[in-house]
Write a protein that binds this ligand. Structure first.
Ligand code: FAD
Length: 289
């Protein structure tokens, strides 16, 4: 099916984009890569009368480390994350996730920020950004604000972003020197959404875990932070027992449903195994950092 007719504007500044949103209210919708919005428009689940394309706004397409963090601009694609040198080392979890998102066409056009705003419970970036304790930077008519990722998601396909706000970037604090992470995703076939996936990021202080970030995809009404698994690891040595306990607690945090991708029991088991595996890989990367 074709989308319903719509008007199109491509502003050259964020301020212009915000003005268009203010002027047209609910009838306007921002578009970045279009990889979530266009399918919705084709199904007529979304029928915006005006598309505001942020694809020509300069400055939003950069991914760089500065001021103690990695700044991923609103136009940065999955492909850039997959290939950029900045997503190596301590930020290796970012390259891991980018590689397993859909296929090259979607990765070329789709953006990290668009994915976070779309807030699909099956989306991969939500778990990664929870594990990394990222912040979403939004600009609106009265200025800019930073939203901690834990406060950004309000439910399936819903965020706390205001209707007239444009996300300009997602900011990831630079992990401590001895840290590493990984993203493990089980998919039925290449390009599928996750049956279950686990993002794991740990840093070490004098041989013990400092901060741990563990978050899940595909096993709840949104991306889930495995809070108790994180707390159990903090200050502990990463022994086999500690890893097994974290895996058990992460599986407990999951609330999967039986569906075509597998039974709830199977998915919970995948979470346990991937948490254990992810923590071992994260520790290996941290030692090499
Ligand atoms: C076949 C297929 C397979 C896919 N598989 C996966 C997968 O395995 N894992 C996964 O995580 N995702 C998957 N996706 C989704 C994909 O990652 C999308 O690219 C992503 O969800 C949206 O990014 P986008 O730039 O295309 O956003 P768009 O589609 O342009 O926009 C999505 C939403 O975000 C809003 N928005 C966009 N940018 C901004 C901004 N700067 N400020 C405020 N609002 C904004 C839009 O108004 C819209 O509501 C898949 C998509 C397709 C079509």
């Amino acid at each position: 099916m074709y989308p319903a007719a719509f008007e199109y504007q491509a502003p050259s500044t964020v301020e212009e984009a915000i003005s268009l949103l203010e002027e047209h209210g609910d009838e306007a919708k921002l578009i970045a890569g279009g990889q979530s919005l266009i399918p919705l428009m084709k199904l007529r689940f979304a029928t915006p009368q005006l598309l505001v394309d942020i694809g020509r706004i300069p400055d939003l397409d950069t991914m760089q480390q500065e001021d103690g963090g990695l700044h991923i601009g609103a136009r940065v694609s999955h492909k850039t994350c997959e290939r950029s040198k900045t997503s190596a080392g301590r930020f290796g979890i970012i390259a891991d996730a980018a590689k397993v998102i859909s296929d090259p066409i979607v990765r070329n056009r789709g953006t990290v920020v668009g994915s976070l705003v779309h807030a699909d419970p099956q989306g991969d970036w939500g778990a990664v950004m929870l594990a990394l304790r990222a912040e979403v930077v939004a600009q609106g008519p009265s200025g800019s604000r930073s939203i901690p990722i834990d406060e950004f998601f309000a439910g399936p396909f819903t965020t706390t972003l205001g209707g007239n706000e444009v996300v300009t970037e997602v900011r990831v604090p630079t992990p401590q020197p001895k840290s590493g992470g990984t993203y493990l995703k089980l998919e039925r076939k290449v390009g599928d959404y996750a049956t279950a996936a686990v993002a794991a990021q740990v840093d070490f202080d004098h041989g013990k875990v400092g901060q741990a970030g563990i978050a899940l995809t595909g096993v709840g009404p949104g991306n889930v932070r495995a809070t108790e698994a994180e707390a159990a690891l903090r200050g502990a040595e990463l022994t086999d027992d500690a890893i097994a306990e974290a895996g058990r607690l992460a599986a407990e945090a999951a609330t999967p449903q039986d569906d075509v991708r597998g039974s709830a029991t199977y998915k919970r088991n995948v979470v346990r195994v991937f948490t254990e595996r992810g923590l071992r890989e994260a520790a290996k990367r941290a030692q090499a950092a």
